[in-house]
Design a protein around this ligand. Structure first.
Ligand code: C2E
Ligand code: MG
Ligand code: MG
Length: 573
């Protein structure tokens, strides 16, 4: 009897242990995010555990039910999944397979493991099924990002360069040509700054979509950056070459781009072309060469296509070298100021001086401001340079005013970019106060280019300066969009007639008529006139006769160093 009791207790204990174990296994399986499928070979029976119901709406109880799983996966995965489900022996201990469910964007992963006894006979199989849709789509996104540009759907720069390298490799084997076109939307900054970057982005997107449509076999396109695209053509032919693509672009840009916010935008593009093997044999260099040509198109008036030629590169490299030198010069303040006297035409007395910057470079010697000021305007160094010019000239004037004991006018050239800065007016006033200079003895020379972008805000700024008593002079009149009609609206004291007029005033009757009418007009408006670049006595006499107020030019004096100017003033006293 005792023996029976003992057996019963033992059985109970074993049962309890088993129940605990089963509970533990069920809990572990339930806590997993996936579903388990357990197959016992001996019993030929299948148990499903975990989140089975989240994955499938049917049950699987024996091997023939596996076909239900095969029915719900996409065709390309059926065979491989059949192996995983039915195989009894595998090369590896585990096998993994990713399958997409039929008609859905859901991805399941099947990971299977088979257990064997000591004789190598399979005993159990466990398949763990998990939902990997999220990781899959992240991977897809990463793959997309590796090859494509998110905004336009065109290839991205890296992948494009890889494809271009392949084009070049093939072309070198077949002795053929690869054309590379850089396409740059003209005045894109104006669109971005003026209408907003959202519109700018949509425009780039639409243009990208258009380029994608013109791609075909042996033609690829990419979005390089911002508003710049690149197209490569392998083995250009009569029906597919730079010209045919450019024609398609011109046709498209004739029509407006319709932006979803309702705007209609018309654009033009500048296109630079460089070809393998003529321009370069490397993909990156080819792209660079085409970019350099675009740069030249922009300088020559935009809306055009140009081909790369070797001299373009040398010019470009020179300008890059100069640009680097200029940056160093700004840092070291390697500049000097020269001053060119201006005289009243009537009595030949000193009216004032124009402050002109000089840059002496150790290697290249004197570099003309006509060469480096445009570069400084482009790369922004004109701001520190201009600041230095203003301070140096006003400081110099304060010293001379004290030294000579009489006032005259210090005329300072101001570039468009300087004038655009918000603190422009304040910064000038600050320097005047610092050196205790009267505003009426300082004149700022601006060119018409300052006015083109934003007539309203520039003329308001000029008005503020004038209200403060500073004189304003319009420089190089006659070279730009000069129109006498807007002179009335401009707050200016002085108008400088450009040297190009003075050069031909004696020989060309049309120039003479224009010059005379300019002088009459400004006189009527109470504006002072200055003739620039007067080199001959005859020119001076004529200009004096027609009523020009002030003469500046080599005839009377070249620009002078401060010491030279001091000598001239002391000599004339
Ligand atoms: P600009 O303001 O029209 O200056 C007049 C230019 O004509 C000066 O050239 C002057 O040396 C030159 N010039 C004067 N009289 C004659 C003459 O009789 N014959 C000839 N052949 N030339 C004459 P420069 O000094 O080479 O300056 C060139 C341009 O560079 C200036 O034209 C001005 O636009 C710019 N620039 C010069 N200094 C500065 C500066 O400090 N700041 C800015 N923003 N621009 C400057
Ligand atoms: Mg000037
Ligand atoms: Mg001038």
């Amino acid at each position: 009897m005792n023996e029976l009791h003992y057996q019963l207790d033992l059985l109970k204990a074993i049962n309890q242990k088993l129940a605990e174990k089963e509970r533990m296994y069920t809990k572990v399986c339930e806590s997993a995010e996936g579903a388990f499928l357990y197959y016992s070979y001996e019993k030929n029976q299948i148990t499903t555990l975990g989140q089975w119901k989240d994955f499938f709406d049917f049950n699987v109880n024996e091997p023939k039910d596996f076909s239900k799983i095969l029915d719900v996966v996409e065709e390309p995965y059926v065979l491989a999944l059949r192996d995983i489900l039915y195989l009894e022996k595998m090369k590896e201990e585990t096998a993994t397979l990713d399958c997409q469910l039929k008609g859905k964007r859901i991805w399941l992963q099947f990971r299977t493991q088979i257990y064997y006894d000591q004789n190598g006979i399979p005993t159990d199989k466990v398949i763990y099924i998990s939902n990997i849709t999220k990781t899959k789509s992240q991977n897809e996104e990463l793959t997309y990002m590796a090859y494509y540009d998110g905004l336009t759907g065109l290839y991205n720069r890296n992948y494009f360069v890889r494809l271009l390298s392949e084009y070049i490799r093939n072309a070198s084997e077949n002795n053929s040509v690869v054309s590379v076109m850089i396409i740059d939307i003209d005045e894109f900054r104006k669109i971005n700054d003026g209408i907003g970057i959202v519109v700018g982005d949509e425009l780039v997107q639409q243009f990208g979509i258009f380029l994608k449509e013109i791609c075909e076999e042996n033609v690829i396109a990419c979005h390089l950056h911002s508003d710049v695209f690149c197209v490569a053509i392998y083995q250009p032919s009569a029906s597919k070459n730079v010209e045919t693509i450019y024609k398609a672009i011109l046709k498209r840009t004739k029509e407006a781009f319709h932006i979803s916010s309702g705007q209609e935008i018309h654009i033009t593009v500048s296109v630079g072309v460089a070809e393998y093997p003529e321009a370069s044999k490397s993909p990156l260099e080819l792209i660079n060469c085409a970019e350099i040509v675009v740069f030249r198109c922009k300088k020559q008036g935009r809306n055009m296509l140009q081909y790369f030629e070797t001299p373009v590169l040398t010019d470009f490299l020179d300008s890059i070298e100069l640009e680097n030198k200029l940056k160093k010069a700004v840092f070291n303040k390697d500049f000097y100021m020269y001053y060119q006297p201006q005289y009243y035409a009537g009595n030949r007395r000193l009216r004032g001086v124009e402050a002109l910057i000089r840059w002496k470079d150790d290697e290249s010697g004197m570099i003309s401001p006509s060469t480096f000021i445009p570069i400084a305007e482009k790369n922004g160094t004109i701001i520190p340079i201009g600041k230095w010019v203003v301070e140096e000239s006003i400081k110099q004037y304060a010293a001379w005013r004290k030294q000579f004991g009489f006032p005259f006018i210090m005329s300072i050239n101001i570039s468009a970019l300087q004038n655009k800065k918000d603190d422009f007016v304040d910064s000038i006033v600050e320097v005047l106060n610092k050196y205790k200079v009267k505003p009426g003895e300082i004149e700022l020379e601006i060119t018409e280019s300052v006015l083109i972008d934003d007539f309203q805000s520039v003329s308001e700024k000029l008005k503020m300066l004038r209200d403060y008593g500073i004189r304003i002079s319009l420089d190089d009149f006659g070279t730009g969009f000069s129109s006498l009609s807007y002179l009335k609206k401009l707050p200016i004291d002085t108008l400088k007639i450009d040297k190009s007029f003075i050069d031909t005033v004696l020989t060309d009757s049309a120039t003479r008529i224009i010059t005379e009418s300019i002088i009459n007009m400004v006189k009527a408006l109470g504006i002072e006139s200055i003739a620039e670049g007067v080199e001959e006595e005859q020119q001076y006499k004529y200009l004096h006769a027609i009523g020009c107020d002030v003469i500046q030019g080599y005839l009377f004096s070249k620009p002078l160093s401060p010491e030279e100017f001091e000598a001239v003033v002391s000599g004339s006293l």
